[in-house]
Design a protein around this ligand. Sequence first.
Ligand code: PGA
Length: 263
Amino acid sequence: MGVVESGYRPITTELWPAYSPEVIVFDTPDKVAKYGKARLVEQVLQKPTSVLTLPTGSTPVGMYGLVAQAYREQRLDLSDITVFNLDEYWPLPPGHAASYAEYMRTHLYQHVNVPVSQRNIPNSGAVNPHDESARYESALRQRIVDLAILGIGPGDTCHIGFNERGSSPRSRTRYVKLDPQTLAANVVNFPDASQMPQGAITQGVGNILEAQQLVLMATGTGKAEGIRRTLEGDIGPDAPASYLRYHRHVTFVLDSQAASLLS
Ligand code: PGA
């Protein structure tokens, strides 16, 4: 492991002060997963009532496996945490195999002891996505998120949650249309491509930036250009993940492939 860059060097922008995030590069995706798990466990051990924002997608699967293992080995109690997922497809019948609610059940909840009442995710089956977004926003606003763990979208999207290109740094929980590159990358999770929703409900960038601490995990060559633009390009709506540079306590944890285009 090597720290490429760290510290909080203020950079002046028109909007808000920005910082130089901590960037940690490991040689393998397994070590990225281990780091994510270590941050989650450390947070919960320090504060058993932690509120966490958690991601879905292929990147965090290994991390959830390690969290489940820590629970099995009685090194972790998740009975007092509260989870807010980043996002969920809309519309999709609840329980659909490709829903993020089902992802969380499969990869985390069926293996650990997070009470059902403390698991929050937008309802993919809600009648009205705007009402559902407002409900989720109001639940989130009542809590302070201690740690948010994120991925980054495919290709040029640089999305966080489903905040696609064009998102504002002040955006709140809302219904969004998915970027064509996101649709193309995620359609593999839908056995019948025609069932893939074109939209989703996502925490906004503003919600994400309110977390006390942030960790963004990225692995593989497919993320290399997005990571480069996020960390070395301008901060702005062309790369929503770049808004994380407005946060003082953010760590990018990358494998060497995802970091390969960094200067
Ligand atoms: P992935 O998705 O982990 O499957 O690459 C990340 C994301 O879209 O945010």
